[in-house]
Design a protein around this ligand. Structure first.
Ligand code: AMP
Ligand code: FE
Ligand code: FE
Ligand code: ZN
Length: 330
């Protein structure tokens, strides 16, 4: 949805409010309850400040975990989830900052998975970070990302793109989960492209000749694994088909049968039709719906709180979790 249609939608949603408050004196006061029902969808436009998908420089975000939390406090969010790719390394730092700033922290991770050759990102909330099988899978993915990075850099360099592995590593915090955004940042630093977007459009997208895959577990197995580790699995941006191929509803149905808890419907990579479809599919499969920014610091345009999740959904996540990991609150 572009800015114009978003403000048109806002105006439409706010119309009953304007009517209600301009009633002549002596008329019945505005019915607050029915008004709230009318503007319910506003929750996904930022009224309820819970953002369940953010990245720090523990993976491909640009801010320290503590600074993601500080930024969330600055923007008036009440709770965020830190969901770095294939790592929980940022949790402790974020938790400390959450206590300092009075922001709730939902410890999470965005697990790289695939099904039938299609990449699926699985958000896992309140999962046991020491679960041996989960740890093994995440380590495997990170190691594979390291060797895949070497191979992508070799391919790019062979094609004359000014890039070295050292230049890429210089863009990542030591130990960070490496991803294509770090290549993009190295290309920006070398003055070869203006930003991550341009690097992805020209060189790094999924169908690029320089693209190399990395290990990721099957999505159905990953859903079971997250549940076994006491966590709550939510499929990230399920219909983000502008970035790559997406799976059919049948695969999502299989994931639901394996224990999937929710769908991240409100995400900037989904437009109106995808959001409507996502909500309908979630209703049919008995899944809850989340909204989030997928904030990456300066690495993407995504702004904290641009999509948000209902408090009742966060409450469900907390109810479903059985790992002993809880939301960090002051
Ligand atoms: P990888 O983990 O190496 O597969 O890279 C995928 C990551 O690249 C995603 O998590 C996004 O954060 C990021 N990404 C994908 N497309 C873009 C883009 N056009 N601009 C900036 N970041 C992007
Ligand atoms: Fe990312
Ligand atoms: Fe993702
Ligand atoms: Zn993400």
């Amino acid at each position: 949805m572009n800015a114009a249609s978003r403000s048109a939608l806002l105006a439409l949603l706010l119309t009953p409010l304007v009517v209600a408050v301009t009633l002549p004196p002596g008329d019945r006061p505005p019915k607050v309850a029915s008004l709230q029902e009318t503007v319910g969808p506003l929750a996904t436009l930022g009224r309820v400040p819970i953002d369940l998908h953010t990245h720090s420089n523990a993976s491909d975000g640009t801010l320290d975990p503590a600074d993601v939390v500080a930024e969330a406090a600055h923007h008036g969010l009440t709770a965020i989830a830190l969901t770095d790719h294939d790592t929980t390394a940022g949790w402790d730092e974020a938790a400390q900052a959450a206590l300092e700033h009075g922001v709730g922290l939902v410890p999470g991770v965005e697990i790289s998975t695939h099904h039938g050759g299609i990449s699926i990102h699985l958000l896992a909330y309140l999962v046991d970070p020491a679960n041996p099988e989960l740890v093994r899978e995440m380590e495997h993915a990170r190691e594979s990302r390291d060797t895949r990075m070497e191979r992508m850099v070799e391919k790019l360099a062979a094609a004359g793109v000014p890039i070295t592995l050292d230049a890429v590593l210089a863009q990542a915090r030591p130990g960070a989960t490496l991803g294509r955004p770090h290549i993009a940042d190295a290309l920006v630093a070398a003055g070869h492209v203006a930003g991550r977007d341009e690097a992805f459009d020209d060189l790094l997208h999924d169908r690029s000749p320089y693209y190399v895959r990395h290990y990721a577990p099957d999505a159905i197995r990953a859903v079971r694994l997250v549940r076994a580790a006491g966590g709550v699995p939510v499929m990230a941006h399920p219909f983000a088909n502008r970035r790559g191929r997406t799976v059919s509803d049948e695969v999502i149905e299989e994931m639901a049968a394996a224990g999937l808890a929710g769908l991240e419907v409100h995400h900037r990579d989904h437009f109106g039709p995808e959001r409507l479809h996502g909500q309908a599919l979630a209703d049919r499969l008995g899944l809850f719906v989340t909204g989030s920014s997928d904030f990456h610091g300066a690495g993407k345009e995504n702004r904290l709180g641009e999509n948000t999740t209902e408090p009742a959904v966060l409450a469900q996540i907390e109810e479903q979790a059985s790992s002993g990991v809880t939301v960090v609150r002051r």
